[in-house]
Design a protein around this ligand. Structure first.
Ligand code: SF4
Length: 396
């Protein structure tokens, strides 16, 4: 960058947020809640519950989805986010690997899978997976389709070789859907399968596969996938064994707001029971190359409303991720003021969303994440899978 350009940037690019929503209770008293609400007493009552730190009901969540002004929703979600982690925004230097795109489930919203045996598909050998990794990462995030071919030992060998080669890097591997599939194909219970995976090196479970829990929606979008209750049960079992996990919701296809809110309520309820979820990731649907290619997919306003409502409903899940791969980098940055406190990570290589038309990069550099967070006026904090902190952007 030339000296002139540097001078221009440093004098014109704001380095801190021009407004401070963390002072929302004060602002509401000063400006008057009516300013935001235009006489909507129900939303006012819900806003006051948020400010008082009270839990929102399913009806509250539904009312917010359909009635609340976007700015108020963002302000309330930002208030809730700041109450738990202030200005901090987490990120991880991680490496995604999609080991196989063969999948028996053939979900209608998925552009990633190939029919088992199809020449277009690919399954990486354990050697190939290991060769894609190196020691510069804090996390390996390993997911794939429900491939009928490899036996349990393929997965166990992958885990144990990762652990041996890179003992310092966290291994977040195989969604609940894959774990249920692997256990069924191996003639084991989910409990037995999890025990063997943990012994081999599994440290955390990613959140994919939740989609929308409602049985009717699920029958339509992914009729062959395990039920919402079965997904939750794998996470419950993992949590009982001391394994932490993330959870997700795929939104913006055929579901209604009620399905989203009920989905969030089920996650909240399991979290009350186990406390094992670290982060929730709302996944914005990408329709291209799926059986729902004629649907528009969610817009940016829906993305921001969903992130904000997720923060407000999930009062017991500490982190809400703005997954930039699906949102795009710029909207993910804005989402950091709508309740999100985590940008996920460097990713490096992603196939699942990109086959469905995502036009984001397949990975970004650590410095680019830090720049995005600082550009939002917030503090970058580098973490691993389990939110162990390695570096804070306000410490030099
Ligand atoms: S979403 Fe997952 S389970 Fe469904 S078809 Fe795609 S890879 Fe398979």
């Amino acid at each position: 960058m030339s000296p002139t350009a540097r001078k221009w940037r440093s004098s014109t690019v704001p380095t801190a947020s021009p407004w401070r929503w963390w002072n929302i209770p004060g602002a509401i008293e000063e400006i008057g809640l009516e300013f935001f609400l235009e006489g909507d007493e129900r939303t006012e009552a819900i806003a006051r519950k948020v400010i008082a730190g009270e839990r929102l009901s399913v009806d509250d969540g539904l009312h917010l989805y359909s009635n609340s002004p976007l700015h108020l929703l963002g302000a309330l979600a930002d208030h809730a986010k700041r109450r738990s982690c202030g200005d901090d925004i987490y990120f991880c230097v991680n490496r995604h690997v999609n080991y196989s795109d063969y999948c028996v489930n053939e979900c209608r919203f998925c552009a990633y899978f190939k029919k088992p045996g199809s020449p277009e598909g690919r399954r990486l050998s354990v050697n190939q997976v290991i060769e894609m990794l190196d020691s510069g990462y804090r996390e390996f995030h390993i997911v794939g389709g429900c491939d009928p071919e490899p036996g349990l030992y393929y997965y166990l060998e992958m885990l144990s070789r990762m652990k041996k080669a890179y003992p310092e890097t966290r291994r977040q591997c195989f969604t609940a859907v894959e774990i249920e599939h692997i256990s069924r194909m191996s003639g084991l219970s989910v409990d037995e399968c999890l025990d063997m995976m943990i012994a081999a090196g599994l440290e955390a479970i990613p959140g994919g596969g939740a989609e929308i829990f409602d049985a009717e929606v699920r029958r339509e979008i992914c009729p062959n996938k395990i039920s919402g209750d079965a997904y939750l049960d794998v996470h419950r079992k993992a949590h009982e064994k001391g394994i932490k996990s993330n959870c997700t919701m795929l939104y913006g296809h055929i579901e209604e707001p009620v399905h989203r809110i009920e989905h969030l309520a089920k996650l909240r309820s399991l979290q009350d029971e186990t406390g094992g979820f670290l982060a929730f990731i709302p996944l914005s649907f990408h329709p291209e190359n799926t059986m729902y290619a004629d649907l528009p997919g969610p817009g940016g306003i829906d993305d921001l409303r969903t992130i904000a409502i997720s923060r407000l409903m999930l009062d017991n899940i500490p982190h809400i991720k703005a997954f930039w791969i699906m949102l795009g980098l710029k909207l993910a940055q804005v989402a950091l003021h709508f309740g999100a406190d985590d940008l996920d990570g460097t990713v490096v290589e992603e196939h699942i969303t990109h086959r469905a038309g995502a036009n984001t990069p397949v990975g970004i550099a650590r410095n680019e994440i830090i720049r995005l967070i600082r550009g939002a006026g917030l503090v970058p904090v580098e973490r691993d899978t389990l939110y162990k902190i390695f570096w804070r952007g306000d410490e030099g």
